[in-house]
Design a protein around this ligand. Sequence first.
Ligand SMILES: C[S@@+](CC[C@H](N)C(=O)[O-])C[C@H]1O[C@@H](n2cnc3c(N)ncnc32)[C@H](O)[C@@H]1O
Length: 455
Amino acid sequence: MLSETTQGARPARGDELELQIDSLAFGGAGVARRDGYVVFVRDAVPGDRVRAIVSKSKRAYAEARTVEVIEPSPERIAARAEHPGAPWQVLPYERQLEIKQAQVDDALRRLGKLTGYAIDPIVGGEQTWRYRNKLEYSFGADASGLLVCGFHVPGRWDEIVGVRDCLLASEAGNAAREEIVAWCRSSGLSAYDRRSGEGILRNLVVREGRRTGQLQVRLITSPTELDRGALIRASSADAVLWTQVDSPAEVTQGGITELLRGSDRLEEELGGMRFRISPEAFFQTNTEMAERLYGIAIELAELHGSERVYDLYCGIGTIALLVAPRAAGVWGLELVPEAIADAIANARVNEIENARFFAGDVRLALRELLGTAGRPDVVIVDPPRAGLSQKIVRRLIETSARRIVYVSCNPTTLAPNAAQLVAAGYKLTRVRPVDMFPQTPHIECVALLERGAGE
Ligand SMILES: C[S@@+](CC[C@H](N)C(=O)[O-])C[C@H]1O[C@@H](n2cnc3c(N)ncnc32)[C@H](O)[C@@H]1O
Protein backbone atom coordinates (compact mmCIF):
# COMPACT_ATOMS: atom_id res chain seq x y z
CA MET A 1 0.00 0.00 0.00
CA LEU A 2 1.36 3.38 -0.93
CA SER A 3 1.33 6.03 1.75
CA GLU A 4 -1.55 8.47 1.83
CA THR A 5 0.68 11.26 3.14
CA THR A 6 -0.08 14.47 1.34
CA GLN A 7 2.51 15.76 -1.11
CA GLY A 8 5.24 17.70 0.59
CA ALA A 9 4.26 16.44 4.02
CA ARG A 10 6.91 14.79 6.12
CA PRO A 11 6.51 11.00 5.76
CA ALA A 12 6.61 8.70 8.75
CA ARG A 13 9.09 5.87 9.29
CA GLY A 14 7.76 2.75 7.55
CA ASP A 15 5.73 4.71 4.97
CA GLU A 16 5.91 3.38 1.43
CA LEU A 17 6.39 6.13 -1.16
CA GLU A 18 6.53 6.29 -4.93
CA LEU A 19 9.40 8.58 -5.84
CA GLN A 20 11.10 10.03 -8.91
CA ILE A 21 14.88 10.21 -8.51
CA ASP A 22 16.42 13.34 -10.01
CA SER A 23 20.05 13.36 -8.83
CA LEU A 24 22.65 11.66 -6.66
CA ALA A 25 23.76 12.96 -3.27
CA PHE A 26 27.29 12.79 -1.81
CA GLY A 27 27.64 9.28 -0.47
CA GLY A 28 25.63 7.84 -3.36
CA ALA A 29 21.96 7.94 -2.38
CA GLY A 30 19.41 8.96 -5.01
CA VAL A 31 17.64 12.28 -4.34
CA ALA A 32 13.88 12.66 -4.71
CA ARG A 33 11.90 15.81 -3.94
CA ARG A 34 8.30 16.00 -2.75
CA ASP A 35 7.29 19.66 -2.91
CA GLY A 36 10.75 20.67 -1.82
CA TYR A 37 11.02 18.03 0.94
CA VAL A 38 14.07 15.88 0.19
CA VAL A 39 14.13 12.09 0.43
CA PHE A 40 17.49 10.29 0.10
CA VAL A 41 16.84 6.92 -1.49
CA ARG A 42 19.25 4.01 -1.31
CA ASP A 43 19.74 1.74 -4.37
CA ALA A 44 18.29 4.29 -6.80
CA VAL A 45 19.87 6.30 -9.60
CA PRO A 46 18.75 9.48 -11.42
CA GLY A 47 15.87 8.79 -13.80
CA ASP A 48 14.49 5.86 -11.75
CA ARG A 49 10.90 5.80 -10.55
CA VAL A 50 10.92 3.66 -7.41
CA ARG A 51 8.79 2.36 -4.59
CA ALA A 52 10.70 2.96 -1.37
CA ILE A 53 10.19 2.46 2.36
CA VAL A 54 11.07 5.34 4.68
CA SER A 55 13.74 4.25 7.19
CA LYS A 56 14.36 7.63 8.84
CA SER A 57 12.23 10.77 8.92
CA LYS A 58 13.51 14.17 10.03
CA ARG A 59 12.17 17.70 9.76
CA ALA A 60 14.51 18.63 6.90
CA TYR A 61 14.77 15.31 5.05
CA ALA A 62 13.97 11.59 5.07
CA GLU A 63 15.89 8.46 4.16
CA ALA A 64 14.35 5.52 2.33
CA ARG A 65 15.38 2.27 0.71
CA THR A 66 14.19 1.07 -2.66
CA VAL A 67 11.97 -1.99 -2.61
CA GLU A 68 11.03 -1.90 -6.30
CA VAL A 69 12.27 -0.05 -9.36
CA ILE A 70 8.93 0.71 -11.05
CA GLU A 71 10.48 2.43 -14.07
CA PRO A 72 14.23 2.08 -14.49
CA SER A 73 16.35 5.04 -15.50
CA PRO A 74 17.35 4.89 -19.19
CA GLU A 75 20.95 5.11 -17.92
CA ARG A 76 20.79 1.86 -15.96
CA ILE A 77 22.89 -1.08 -17.04
CA ALA A 78 22.69 -4.66 -15.77
CA ALA A 79 24.58 -5.35 -12.53
CA ARG A 80 27.41 -7.89 -12.91
CA ALA A 81 26.64 -9.49 -9.57
CA GLU A 82 24.82 -8.55 -6.40
CA HIS A 83 27.43 -6.78 -4.27
CA PRO A 84 26.64 -4.39 -1.41
CA GLY A 85 30.08 -2.84 -1.89
CA ALA A 86 29.46 -1.91 -5.54
CA PRO A 87 26.19 0.06 -5.59
CA TRP A 88 27.12 2.19 -8.64
CA GLN A 89 27.72 -0.78 -10.93
CA VAL A 90 24.26 -0.10 -12.43
CA LEU A 91 25.69 3.07 -14.01
CA PRO A 92 28.09 2.99 -16.99
CA TYR A 93 31.64 3.69 -15.78
CA GLU A 94 31.94 6.93 -17.82
CA ARG A 95 28.81 8.22 -16.10
CA GLN A 96 30.23 7.34 -12.65
CA LEU A 97 33.28 9.45 -13.50
CA GLU A 98 31.16 12.37 -14.71
CA ILE A 99 29.15 12.33 -11.47
CA LYS A 100 32.27 12.21 -9.28
CA GLN A 101 33.87 15.08 -11.18
CA ALA A 102 30.69 17.16 -10.79
CA GLN A 103 30.34 16.29 -7.09
CA VAL A 104 33.87 17.53 -6.29
CA ASP A 105 33.18 20.80 -8.11
CA ASP A 106 29.75 21.11 -6.50
CA ALA A 107 31.12 20.56 -2.97
CA LEU A 108 33.80 23.24 -3.43
CA ARG A 109 31.39 25.77 -4.90
CA ARG A 110 28.32 25.12 -2.79
CA LEU A 111 29.75 24.05 0.58
CA GLY A 112 33.01 26.01 0.41
CA LYS A 113 31.72 28.98 -1.64
CA LEU A 114 34.99 28.66 -3.55
CA THR A 115 35.61 29.92 -7.07
CA GLY A 116 38.49 30.65 -9.40
CA TYR A 117 40.19 27.25 -9.26
CA ALA A 118 40.99 24.97 -12.18
CA ILE A 119 39.49 21.51 -11.94
CA ASP A 120 41.36 18.94 -14.00
CA PRO A 121 39.55 15.96 -15.54
CA ILE A 122 39.10 13.03 -13.16
CA VAL A 123 41.66 10.24 -13.48
CA GLY A 124 39.66 7.07 -14.18
CA GLY A 125 40.46 3.73 -12.57
CA GLU A 126 43.03 1.53 -14.34
CA GLN A 127 41.01 -1.49 -13.28
CA THR A 128 37.31 -0.95 -12.71
CA TRP A 129 36.82 -4.38 -11.06
CA ARG A 130 39.04 -6.53 -8.78
CA TYR A 131 41.10 -3.51 -7.77
CA ARG A 132 41.02 -3.79 -3.96
CA ASN A 133 44.10 -5.03 -2.12
CA LYS A 134 42.18 -5.43 1.14
CA LEU A 135 38.74 -6.83 1.91
CA GLU A 136 37.10 -7.12 5.30
CA TYR A 137 34.43 -9.82 5.32
CA SER A 138 31.89 -10.64 8.03
CA PHE A 139 30.59 -14.05 9.08
CA GLY A 140 26.89 -14.85 9.42
CA ALA A 141 24.37 -17.57 8.64
CA ASP A 142 21.92 -17.87 5.77
CA ALA A 143 18.22 -18.75 6.14
CA SER A 144 19.07 -22.47 6.33
CA GLY A 145 21.65 -21.87 9.05
CA LEU A 146 24.67 -22.46 6.76
CA LEU A 147 27.77 -20.44 7.66
CA VAL A 148 28.33 -17.60 5.18
CA CYS A 149 31.14 -15.08 4.79
CA GLY A 150 30.51 -11.84 2.96
CA PHE A 151 29.10 -8.38 3.55
CA HIS A 152 26.42 -6.72 5.62
CA VAL A 153 23.13 -6.15 3.86
CA PRO A 154 23.15 -2.31 3.62
CA GLY A 155 21.67 -0.80 6.75
CA ARG A 156 21.55 -4.18 8.59
CA TRP A 157 24.04 -4.95 11.34
CA ASP A 158 22.60 -8.44 11.82
CA GLU A 159 22.27 -9.73 8.25
CA ILE A 160 25.18 -10.97 6.14
CA VAL A 161 24.97 -11.83 2.47
CA GLY A 162 27.54 -14.47 1.56
CA VAL A 163 29.90 -13.86 -1.34
CA ARG A 164 31.43 -16.54 -3.59
CA ASP A 165 33.24 -14.28 -6.02
CA CYS A 166 33.83 -10.75 -4.72
CA LEU A 167 34.28 -8.72 -7.89
CA LEU A 168 36.30 -6.07 -6.09
CA ALA A 169 38.90 -8.64 -4.92
CA SER A 170 41.41 -10.51 -7.07
CA GLU A 171 40.83 -14.16 -7.90
CA ALA A 172 43.69 -15.09 -5.56
CA GLY A 173 42.09 -13.04 -2.77
CA ASN A 174 38.77 -14.81 -3.33
CA ALA A 175 40.44 -18.22 -3.25
CA ALA A 176 42.18 -17.30 0.03
CA ARG A 177 38.82 -16.43 1.59
CA GLU A 178 37.13 -19.61 0.33
CA GLU A 179 39.86 -21.83 1.83
CA ILE A 180 39.23 -20.36 5.28
CA VAL A 181 35.45 -20.52 4.94
CA ALA A 182 35.62 -24.19 3.84
CA TRP A 183 37.78 -24.99 6.87
CA CYS A 184 35.44 -23.13 9.24
CA ARG A 185 32.47 -25.09 7.85
CA SER A 186 34.19 -28.47 8.01
CA SER A 187 35.32 -27.70 11.58
CA GLY A 188 31.72 -26.96 12.58
CA LEU A 189 32.51 -23.39 13.65
CA SER A 190 29.66 -20.92 13.70
CA ALA A 191 29.32 -17.16 13.32
CA TYR A 192 29.29 -14.96 16.40
CA ASP A 193 25.74 -13.87 17.17
CA ARG A 194 25.73 -10.39 18.71
CA ARG A 195 22.32 -10.93 20.27
CA SER A 196 22.96 -14.23 22.04
CA GLY A 197 26.76 -13.95 22.33
CA GLU A 198 27.01 -17.51 20.87
CA GLY A 199 29.33 -18.61 18.05
CA ILE A 200 32.90 -17.41 17.52
CA LEU A 201 33.57 -16.36 13.92
CA ARG A 202 33.50 -12.60 13.45
CA ASN A 203 35.51 -11.30 10.48
CA LEU A 204 38.05 -12.31 7.91
CA VAL A 205 40.52 -9.76 6.54
CA VAL A 206 42.27 -10.67 3.29
CA ARG A 207 45.13 -8.38 2.30
CA GLU A 208 47.22 -8.68 -0.81
CA GLY A 209 50.44 -7.15 -2.11
CA ARG A 210 49.32 -6.61 -5.69
CA ARG A 211 52.88 -6.20 -6.99
CA THR A 212 54.58 -8.69 -4.64
CA GLY A 213 51.87 -11.37 -4.92
CA GLN A 214 51.91 -11.80 -1.12
CA LEU A 215 48.62 -12.86 0.46
CA GLN A 216 47.71 -12.46 4.10
CA VAL A 217 44.60 -13.78 5.85
CA ARG A 218 43.56 -12.74 9.35
CA LEU A 219 40.71 -14.55 11.05
CA ILE A 220 38.97 -12.58 13.78
CA THR A 221 37.07 -14.52 16.43
CA SER A 222 35.71 -14.16 19.93
CA PRO A 223 38.09 -15.46 22.63
CA THR A 224 38.20 -19.22 22.10
CA GLU A 225 40.40 -22.26 21.44
CA LEU A 226 41.21 -23.08 17.83
CA ASP A 227 43.13 -25.90 16.20
CA ARG A 228 45.96 -23.67 15.02
CA GLY A 229 47.72 -26.41 13.06
CA ALA A 230 44.56 -27.26 11.12
CA LEU A 231 43.93 -23.58 10.32
CA ILE A 232 47.49 -23.19 9.02
CA ARG A 233 47.18 -26.32 6.86
CA ALA A 234 43.83 -25.15 5.47
CA SER A 235 45.29 -21.93 4.04
CA SER A 236 47.80 -21.51 1.22
CA ALA A 237 48.26 -17.79 2.00
CA ASP A 238 51.80 -16.53 2.71
CA ALA A 239 50.73 -15.28 6.11
CA VAL A 240 48.02 -16.51 8.49
CA LEU A 241 47.03 -14.45 11.53
CA TRP A 242 44.44 -15.02 14.20
CA THR A 243 42.96 -12.16 16.24
CA GLN A 244 40.77 -12.69 19.29
CA VAL A 245 38.46 -9.79 20.12
CA ASP A 246 36.45 -9.55 23.29
CA SER A 247 34.22 -6.52 22.65
CA PRO A 248 30.63 -7.07 21.50
CA ALA A 249 31.16 -4.45 18.75
CA GLU A 250 32.25 -5.44 15.23
CA VAL A 251 35.86 -4.28 15.07
CA THR A 252 38.80 -5.59 13.08
CA GLN A 253 41.34 -3.43 14.96
CA GLY A 254 42.57 -4.17 18.45
CA GLY A 255 42.29 -7.49 20.27
CA ILE A 256 45.12 -10.01 20.60
CA THR A 257 46.76 -11.11 17.36
CA GLU A 258 48.84 -14.27 16.94
CA LEU A 259 50.98 -14.83 13.90
CA LEU A 260 50.46 -18.46 12.84
CA ARG A 261 52.51 -18.48 9.63
CA GLY A 262 54.72 -16.13 7.63
CA SER A 263 55.21 -12.47 8.50
CA ASP A 264 52.61 -10.11 9.90
CA ARG A 265 54.08 -7.34 7.72
CA LEU A 266 52.68 -7.51 4.23
CA GLU A 267 54.89 -6.05 1.51
CA GLU A 268 53.82 -3.97 -1.47
CA GLU A 269 55.60 -2.09 -4.22
CA LEU A 270 54.61 1.38 -5.28
CA GLY A 271 56.36 4.12 -7.24
CA GLY A 272 59.51 1.99 -7.50
CA MET A 273 59.77 1.59 -3.71
CA ARG A 274 59.02 -1.30 -1.39
CA PHE A 275 56.72 -0.82 1.60
CA ARG A 276 55.99 -2.99 4.60
CA ILE A 277 52.53 -2.70 6.10
CA SER A 278 51.56 -3.78 9.63
CA PRO A 279 48.06 -5.14 10.28
CA GLU A 280 47.20 -1.99 12.30
CA ALA A 281 48.46 0.43 9.64
CA PHE A 282 46.44 2.17 6.96
CA PHE A 283 47.32 1.50 3.35
CA GLN A 284 45.40 2.77 0.31
CA THR A 285 43.16 -0.09 -0.85
CA ASN A 286 43.80 0.46 -4.56
CA THR A 287 47.54 0.08 -5.16
CA GLU A 288 47.54 1.09 -8.84
CA MET A 289 45.47 4.23 -8.26
CA ALA A 290 47.38 5.14 -5.08
CA GLU A 291 50.42 5.42 -7.32
CA ARG A 292 48.52 7.82 -9.60
CA LEU A 293 47.17 9.78 -6.63
CA TYR A 294 50.62 10.21 -5.11
CA GLY A 295 52.03 11.18 -8.51
CA ILE A 296 49.50 14.02 -8.70
CA ALA A 297 50.26 15.14 -5.13
CA ILE A 298 53.97 15.24 -5.98
CA GLU A 299 53.33 17.15 -9.22
CA LEU A 300 51.24 19.75 -7.36
CA ALA A 301 53.93 20.09 -4.67
CA GLU A 302 56.25 21.45 -7.44
CA LEU A 303 59.47 20.54 -5.68
CA HIS A 304 62.90 21.65 -6.86
CA GLY A 305 65.05 19.80 -4.35
CA SER A 306 65.61 22.52 -1.76
CA GLU A 307 62.27 22.34 0.06
CA ARG A 308 61.36 21.20 3.53
CA VAL A 309 58.16 19.16 3.31
CA TYR A 310 55.72 17.94 5.98
CA ASP A 311 53.62 14.84 5.32
CA LEU A 312 50.77 15.01 7.85
CA TYR A 313 48.68 11.85 8.39
CA CYS A 314 51.54 9.99 6.75
CA GLY A 315 50.52 6.37 7.50
CA ILE A 316 53.43 4.05 6.62
CA GLY A 317 55.26 6.92 4.93
CA THR A 318 54.28 6.29 1.31
CA ILE A 319 53.94 9.93 0.25
CA ALA A 320 56.88 11.15 2.36
CA LEU A 321 59.26 8.54 0.95
CA LEU A 322 58.23 9.15 -2.65
CA VAL A 323 58.68 12.89 -2.08
CA ALA A 324 62.05 12.60 -0.28
CA PRO A 325 64.30 12.25 -3.38
CA ARG A 326 62.79 15.51 -4.71
CA ALA A 327 63.14 17.56 -1.50
CA ALA A 328 65.78 18.63 1.01
CA GLY A 329 63.98 16.92 3.87
CA VAL A 330 60.61 15.37 4.73
CA TRP A 331 58.93 15.13 8.12
CA GLY A 332 56.05 12.68 8.60
CA LEU A 333 53.47 12.75 11.40
CA GLU A 334 50.96 9.97 12.10
CA LEU A 335 48.81 8.80 15.02
CA VAL A 336 49.33 5.01 14.82
CA PRO A 337 52.73 4.01 16.28
CA GLU A 338 52.87 0.75 14.28
CA ALA A 339 52.48 2.75 11.07
CA ILE A 340 55.35 5.03 12.13
CA ALA A 341 57.52 1.97 12.88
CA ASP A 342 56.70 0.80 9.32
CA ALA A 343 57.54 4.26 7.91
CA ILE A 344 60.96 4.23 9.62
CA ALA A 345 61.65 0.69 8.36
CA ASN A 346 60.44 1.66 4.89
CA ALA A 347 62.86 4.62 4.81
CA ARG A 348 65.71 2.25 5.64
CA VAL A 349 64.76 -0.39 3.06
CA ASN A 350 64.47 2.24 0.33
CA GLU A 351 67.71 3.95 1.40
CA ILE A 352 66.01 7.27 2.10
CA GLU A 353 68.05 9.30 4.54
CA ASN A 354 66.29 12.67 4.53
CA ALA A 355 62.92 11.56 5.98
CA ARG A 356 62.01 11.66 9.69
CA PHE A 357 58.85 10.19 11.18
CA PHE A 358 56.99 10.91 14.41
CA ALA A 359 54.04 9.25 16.11
CA GLY A 360 51.55 11.81 17.36
CA ASP A 361 48.17 13.44 16.97
CA VAL A 362 48.38 16.21 14.36
CA ARG A 363 46.11 18.35 16.57
CA LEU A 364 48.61 18.31 19.42
CA ALA A 365 51.95 17.59 17.78
CA LEU A 366 52.02 19.96 14.79
CA ARG A 367 53.26 22.96 16.81
CA GLU A 368 55.99 20.80 18.33
CA LEU A 369 56.98 19.56 14.89
CA LEU A 370 57.21 23.16 13.71
CA GLY A 371 59.56 23.90 16.63
CA THR A 372 61.74 20.85 15.89
CA ALA A 373 61.78 20.77 12.10
CA GLY A 374 61.41 24.45 11.22
CA ARG A 375 58.97 26.13 8.86
CA PRO A 376 57.93 23.91 5.94
CA ASP A 377 57.85 25.15 2.36
CA VAL A 378 55.21 22.58 1.44
CA VAL A 379 52.71 20.69 3.61
CA ILE A 380 50.96 17.61 2.30
CA VAL A 381 47.89 16.54 4.29
CA ASP A 382 45.93 13.33 3.80
CA PRO A 383 43.40 13.16 6.66
CA PRO A 384 40.64 10.58 7.25
CA ARG A 385 37.11 11.23 5.89
CA ALA A 386 36.23 13.66 8.70
CA GLY A 387 38.85 16.08 7.32
CA LEU A 388 40.57 18.67 9.52
CA SER A 389 39.04 20.43 12.50
CA GLN A 390 39.06 24.25 12.43
CA LYS A 391 41.76 24.16 15.08
CA ILE A 392 44.01 21.94 12.97
CA VAL A 393 43.50 24.25 9.99
CA ARG A 394 44.60 27.14 12.23
CA ARG A 395 47.72 25.16 13.16
CA LEU A 396 48.32 24.52 9.48
CA ILE A 397 48.05 28.24 8.76
CA GLU A 398 50.62 28.89 11.52
CA THR A 399 53.18 26.87 9.55
CA SER A 400 52.93 29.57 6.82
CA ALA A 401 53.78 26.95 4.21
CA ARG A 402 53.89 28.34 0.69
CA ARG A 403 51.96 25.38 -0.69
CA ILE A 404 49.47 23.03 0.87
CA VAL A 405 48.68 19.87 -1.07
CA TYR A 406 45.47 18.41 0.33
CA VAL A 407 44.73 14.77 -0.49
CA SER A 408 41.07 14.27 0.35
CA CYS A 409 38.80 11.22 0.44
CA ASN A 410 35.78 13.40 1.11
CA PRO A 411 35.08 16.60 -0.84
CA THR A 412 32.41 17.66 1.66
CA THR A 413 35.06 18.04 4.37
CA LEU A 414 37.72 19.35 1.98
CA ALA A 415 35.40 22.24 1.03
CA PRO A 416 35.09 23.92 4.47
CA ASN A 417 38.79 23.24 5.21
CA ALA A 418 39.81 24.86 1.92
CA ALA A 419 37.43 27.79 2.59
CA GLN A 420 39.12 28.42 5.96
CA LEU A 421 42.55 28.37 4.30
CA VAL A 422 41.33 30.76 1.59
CA ALA A 423 39.97 33.13 4.27
CA ALA A 424 43.49 33.11 5.77
CA GLY A 425 45.11 34.19 2.50
CA TYR A 426 45.65 30.97 0.55
CA LYS A 427 44.28 30.58 -2.95
CA LEU A 428 42.73 27.32 -4.12
CA THR A 429 44.36 27.00 -7.53
CA ARG A 430 43.96 23.43 -8.77
CA VAL A 431 41.91 20.36 -8.00
CA ARG A 432 42.14 16.90 -9.55
CA PRO A 433 39.70 14.10 -8.72
CA VAL A 434 41.02 10.53 -8.90
CA ASP A 435 38.79 7.48 -8.99
CA MET A 436 40.21 5.10 -6.41
CA PHE A 437 36.91 3.26 -5.93
CA PRO A 438 35.11 2.36 -9.20
CA GLN A 439 31.53 1.04 -8.80
CA THR A 440 31.16 2.91 -5.51
CA PRO A 441 30.20 6.52 -4.63
CA HIS A 442 33.54 7.20 -2.85
CA ILE A 443 35.53 10.14 -4.23
CA GLU A 444 39.18 11.03 -3.82
CA CYS A 445 40.82 14.24 -5.00
CA VAL A 446 43.98 16.31 -4.63
CA ALA A 447 43.73 20.08 -4.11
CA LEU A 448 46.47 22.68 -4.23
CA LEU A 449 46.33 25.78 -2.03
CA GLU A 450 49.00 28.43 -2.56
CA ARG A 451 49.96 31.44 -0.55
CA GLY A 452 50.43 34.59 -2.59
CA ALA A 453 49.32 32.82 -5.79
CA GLY A 454 48.22 35.12 -8.58
CA GLU A 455 49.26 38.32 -6.74
C1 LIG B 1 43.68 8.58 4.67
S1 LIG B 1 44.97 7.87 5.67
C2 LIG B 1 46.39 8.43 4.78
C3 LIG B 1 47.67 7.70 5.06
C4 LIG B 1 48.80 7.89 4.07
N1 LIG B 1 48.98 9.26 3.66
C5 LIG B 1 48.60 6.99 2.86
O1 LIG B 1 48.29 7.46 1.77
O2 LIG B 1 48.73 5.75 3.03
C6 LIG B 1 44.88 8.85 7.10
C7 LIG B 1 45.89 8.52 8.17
O3 LIG B 1 45.73 9.45 9.24
C8 LIG B 1 45.98 8.80 10.47
N2 LIG B 1 45.35 9.64 11.50
C9 LIG B 1 44.06 9.67 11.86
N3 LIG B 1 43.85 10.63 12.80
C10 LIG B 1 45.06 11.21 13.04
C11 LIG B 1 45.50 12.25 13.90
N4 LIG B 1 44.64 12.87 14.68
N5 LIG B 1 46.80 12.60 13.87
C12 LIG B 1 47.67 11.96 13.06
N6 LIG B 1 47.31 10.96 12.22
C13 LIG B 1 46.02 10.58 12.21
C14 LIG B 1 45.41 7.42 10.25
O4 LIG B 1 45.98 6.49 11.15
C15 LIG B 1 45.80 7.14 8.80
O5 LIG B 1 47.05 6.51 8.71
